[in-house]
Design a protein around this ligand. Structure first.
Ligand SMILES: Nc1ncnc2c1ncn2[C@@H]1O[C@H](COP(=O)(O)OP(=O)(O)OP(=O)(O)O)[C@@H](O)[C@H]1O
Ligand SMILES: [Mg+2]
Length: 335
């Protein structure tokens, strides 16, 4: 592959941050910064839009060597897989995980089962498909957190998500089912503090130092889900020791491998006073918002945002260097 590439960017654009259906989409500032970073790295950027744009026209795809995909999709538990599926059908190489890893990553219960199968600590939980399915005997200890099974970006999670007793649990579950009827998970609330680990690369991937997120002093939820301005009083209660950091990175790499992720991911964890690090969830399509975890990581490493984006792109390029682009599949001739 050439040093200078024509890189297509696929994304779902957030035009109204107050629109609940757009919460997971990327705001214009992320798209602008990502384009600027790719240009700074010497590449030509072609904005391709989302899955619907690709379906409407393939013209842009003919102009690119590679696609950098951050498209979230709009609905259903395979929404993140739409763009990669179309690109695979058309044999267009792309940055990031494949449809299977992306769909698995959206299913919090499936990821927790994988974590358990790998022998990794994850809070005890049950998945529930309708309000009547909450068992009379709960093998879980309060406080519990109730969250949608197939959502991200803190959707459906606020201070009311943490429940202390049975009546509040039922009230919250009903509230969630009215809004996200698919399925929810009820999970033990664990840990005093919150860690997130960014992973970049393949064969082997690199888990970067864990970042401690501030937590809300009362609810102990991460600052990124309690959507308030961040007062200085918000706590980072953990002493982030080398041992905690190493454990968080180990879990992140195990889960990256378990899902078969590629090029990048972010793993969210909780840690408690006993030194246990708990796996919460993995995001094979992490936000690349320069003000989010990857932006923070760049700052922490003392590199520019563009350099960090360059590492993700380089990971994909190295992986794809051994990949020959086959001819696209042909449609059947109609009888
Ligand atoms: N079992 C738990 N114990 C303690 N806190 C939890 C637990 N589950 C979730 N949280 C809190 O809620 C936040 C969001 O949870 P989670 O990461 O599962 O949801 P999400 O919507 O996928 O989030 P993201 O915005 O990271 O995509 C966590 O960062 C954490 O602060
Ligand atoms: Mg999370």
């Amino acid at each position: 592959m050439r040093a200078m590439m024509r890189v297509g960017l696929t994304y779902d654009l957030q035009t109204d941050p107050r629109d609940e259906r757009q919460v997971e989409f990327d705001p214009p500032r992320t798209i602008e910064r990502l384009c600027a970073a790719l240009q700074e790295l010497g590449h030509h950027v072609v904005r391709l839009g989302n899955a619907a744009d690709l379906l409407a026209s393939r013209t842009g795809l003919d102009q690119v060597d590679l696609v950098f995909n951050i498209a979230e999709g709009t609905h259903g538990r395979h929404r993140e897989a739409w763009v990669p599926t179309l690109l695979e059908l058309l044999h267009v190489p792309y940055v990031g995980s494949d449809p299977l890893a992306l769909s698995l990553g959206l299913d919090k219960a499936a990821c927790k089962r994988l974590a358990r199968a790998c022998g990794l600590p994850t809070p005890r939980w049950i998945a529930v498909d309708h309000p009547g399915a909450i068992p009379a005997e709960l093998a879980l200890a309060f406080p519990l957190i109730v969250k949608p099974r197939y959502q991200g970006s803190g959707i459906g999670i606020d201070e009311g998500a943490v429940v202390q007793d049975r009546p509040s649990l039922h009230r919250r579950a009903e509230w969630l089912f009215e809004r996200w009827p698919e399925s929810l998970i009820i999970e033990e609330f664990v840990g005093e503090g919150e860690l997130t680990v960014c992973v970049i690369g393949n064969h082997p991937p690199t888990a970067y130092p864990a970042i401690q997120r501030p937590v809300h002093p009362e609810s102990r939820l991460s600052c990124h889900v309690v959507r308030q301005d961040l007062p200085a009083s918000w706590a980072t209660p953990l002493e982030l020791t080398d041992a905690l950091d190493a454990e968080a990175r180990r879990i992140a790499l195990e889960m990256f491998a378990a899902l078969g992720c590629r090029d990048m991911a972010r793993v969210d964890l909780r840690a408690d006073e006993q030194g246990t690090v708990w796996f919460l969830e993995i995001n094979p399509l992490p936000s690349l918002d320069p003000e989010g975890s990857f932006g923070l990581l760049a700052e922490h490493l003392g590199v520019t945002y563009a350099r960090l984006v360059g590492r993700i792109l380089e990971a994909a390029r190295t992986r794809l260097a051994v990949w020959a682009r086959p001819a696209p599949i042909a449609p059947h001739a109609r009888a």
